[in-house]
Every structure is written in structure tokens, then in C-alpha cells.
Design a protein around this ligand. Structure first.
Ligand SMILES: *[C@@H]1O[C@H](CO)[C@@H](O)[C@H](O)[C@H]1NC(C)=O
Ligand SMILES: *[C@@H]1O[C@H](CO)[C@@H](O)[C@H](O)[C@H]1NC(C)=O
Ligand SMILES: *[C@@H]1O[C@H](CO)[C@@H](O)[C@H](O)[C@H]1NC(C)=O
Ligand SMILES: *[C@@H]1O[C@H](CO)[C@@H](O)[C@H](O)[C@H]1NC(C)=O
Ligand SMILES: *[C@@H]1O[C@H](CO)[C@@H](O)[C@H](O)[C@H]1NC(C)=O
Length: 260
């Protein structure tokens, strides 16, 4: 049963309810509009933003050091660092570029050689240098406090390898080694002479022969930095075809020794 007082309240309450439902409707519409605009943003606008930051631009971002606070730790004079043997930093890939056909992209040699069925395949790459071709290798300096680097080339004895060294003057080959000013990762699978970073700096010669390791003078190399080299022939009629694999010092690699 309705009381008199309730009847008197009725228009008031209907009005109140109407205001409430108007508000609820408004909120619902607002949320719906927000929802749709979020979906729209996600589907269309956000994709646009993403494609604007190309991988090239991402490459330019500085590296974050993954060895957090180790520098602070090693600065403490009371902290005794342990000694580590030098490490062999095998080159991940070597690209060949032609100084005759400067736009040409040469497919890089790279293969997985399976030794036995039970073991993991060995990853190989080749240093190939001729009168026309030079090899481009890029290393990322490994580990922390191993910042004394030396570019090295190890060739097995002649009778135990398919590696090939030749010049018109015999089989000890002199190679020119250049440092390239690449601060970022090069796309070694899409590289031609014309795309190489300039200017290059001649850092010396490597005298390579069978059964020998030759090392370039060592230099200070910042942990995790990129170090990029070009290797070309110094002698006339030179031909070098040397395999490196990831199971030890072979072919072209970076020799890194301890600095802390
Ligand atoms: C760097 O390593 C070379 C050997 O590759 C060594 O002769 C040289 O003394 C080292 N330099 C420093 C500063 O540790
Ligand atoms: C390679 O030649 C050296 C001498 O030049 C010899 O001592 C060695 O046994 C030879 N190795 C093979 C696998 O024939
Ligand atoms: C190779 O680089 C050129 C620009 O230098 C680029 O247009 C092309 O798309 C690249 N190719 C691949 C497969 O990345
Ligand atoms: C290169 O090394 C070979 C063998 O070790 C040696 O006979 C030759 O004289 C060296 N050449 C130079 C220019 O150092
Ligand atoms: C390098 O040597 C390998 C194996 O001996 C051979 O398959 C490849 O064709 C050679 N490459 C060049 C450019 O001589």
C-alpha cells in the first residue's frame, strides 16, 4: 500500500530516477566510446606508430649494460678479482664484398657441418680474400673486464686442412687489416662495398701461413661494443680460403684477455 507521503514523493523520485538513468546512460556511452577508440587506436594508430620506428632506428639505441654494478664492485680496491684465461670470440658471420662490383651483394658462406650423428653440428664460416674480394667481420666484445682485444687468425698445418693460402710469391700471405667505424650492427647478409661505413683506418698487416697463428696488436675494446674489420689482400695474386668454426681457435676470431 502506498502512503500519502510516498505519493507525494513520487514525482520527486521519478525525477531522481530519470537523472540517475541519464547519468548511467551517459557513463555507458562514454565507456563504449572509450572502448571503441581504444580498439581503433590498437588496430590502426598503434600499428602506425610501430612501423614508424623501423628496426634501423632501434639499432641506433644505445646498449644497456647487462653487467649491472660490476664496475662499482671492481673499483673497490679491497675487491680481489679472480684470474680468467683469455677467451676466443668466434666471429658470428663473415661477409664478402667486391671492390670491383661495388653494389654487389655476395651470399655469405655459412654452413652447419655435422660431424657425427649423435653430436651437435659445427657452425662454420669462411674468410675468403682474393684480389677482388675482401672479407668483412663484425665482433661483439664478450663478457665483462676482458677488454684487451686482438684480431687473430689461426691456420692448421697444410697436411691436415682444406684451408687454402696462396700468393704469387709462395704460401705465406700478407693481408691488410682495416678497422671500420661501425658503432652498430651491420646487416652482413645484405652488404656491398658501397654500404660499408667510412672512413676505414688501416691498422696493420697479418702475415699468415700454414700451422701458424697471427695476431694483430692488441687494443682496448669496451665490453659489448661492436668491432668491425675488413681484411684484404696485400700481395698480388693472393687467394685465401680459411674455415673458422665455433669449437676453438680457428679461422678468424677475436682473442680477448682480462683487464681487471
Ligand atoms: C693485452 O693482451 C696482449 C696479448 O694478447 C698482451 O701482450 C698485453 O700485455 C695485454 N695488454 C694489457 C693492457 O693487458
Ligand atoms: C703433417 O706433416 C708433419 C710434418 O710436416 C707431420 O709431422 C705430421 O704427422 C703430418 N700430419 C698428417 C696428418 O699427415
Ligand atoms: C637490403 O638493403 C637495401 C637498402 O640498402 C634494402 O632496400 C633492401 O630491402 C634490403 N634487403 C633485405 C633483404 O633486407
Ligand atoms: C711472413 O712469415 C713467413 C713465415 O713465418 C716469413 O718467412 C716471412 O718472412 C714473413 N714475411 C713478412 C713480410 O714478415
Ligand atoms: C673455399 O673452399 C671451399 C672448400 O674447399 C669450397 O667449397 C669453396 O668453393 C671455396 N671458395 C672459394 C671462393 O674459393
Amino acid at each position: 500500500m502506498l502512503k500519502n507521503s510516498d505519493l507525494g514523493d513520487l514525482p520527486q523520485r521519478t525525477k531522481h530516477n530519470r537523472t540517475l538513468s541519464t547519468w548511467l546512460l551517459a557513463i555507458t556511452i562514454l565507456c563504449t566510446v572509450l572502448d571503441f577508440s581504444m580498439i581503433f587506436w590498437d588496430r590502426f594508430l598503434r600499428v602506425d606508430l610501430r612501423s614508424a620506428s623501423t628496426s634501423d632506428e632501434l639499432e641506433l639505441l644505445p646498449f644497456q649494460n647487462s653487467y649491472l654494478n660490476l664496475e662499482i664492485l671492481y673499483k673497490d680496491p679491497d675487491f680481489k678479482s679472480s684470474t680468467h684465461d683469455p677467451i676466443i670470440n668466434n666471429v658470428p658471420a663473415i661477409a664478402q664484398v667486391s671492390n670491383k662490383e661495388r653494389q654487389k651483394i655476395i651470399p655469405s658462406f655459412q654452413r652447419y657441418k655435422s660431424v657425427e650423428q649423435a653430436s651437435a653440428p659445427i657452425y662454420e664460416q669462411r674468410l675468403i680474400v682474393t684480389h677482388d674480394l675482401e672479407s668483412i667481420a663484425q665482433f661483439r666484445v664478450l663478457d665483462f673486464g676482458m677488454e684487451n682485444c686482438s684480431l687473430s687468425l689461426t691456420i692448421p698445418p697444410r697436411n691436415s686442412t682444406e684451408d687454402f693460402l696462396y700468393t704469387d710469391l709462395g704460401d705465406s700471405v700478407i693481408l691488410d687489416v682495416w678497422s671500420l667505424p661501425a658503432r652498430h650492427k651491420l646487416d652482413l647478409y645484405n652488404l656491398s662495398w658501397s654500404k660499408l661505413p667510412q672512413p676505414r683506418v688501416h691498422i696493420g698487416h697479418m702475415n699468415v701461413s700454414y700451422g701458424k697463428t697471427s695476431r694483430m696488436p692488441s687494443f682496448q675494446c669496451k665490453s659489448q661494443s661492436y668491432q668491425t674489420f675488413a681484411v684484404s689482400c696485400s700481395n698480388p695474386g693472393c687467394l685465401v680460403n680459411v674455415t673458422g668454426n665455433d669449437i676453438g681457435p680457428s679461422g678468424l676470431y677475436m682473442y680477448q684477455s682480462q683487464t681487471i
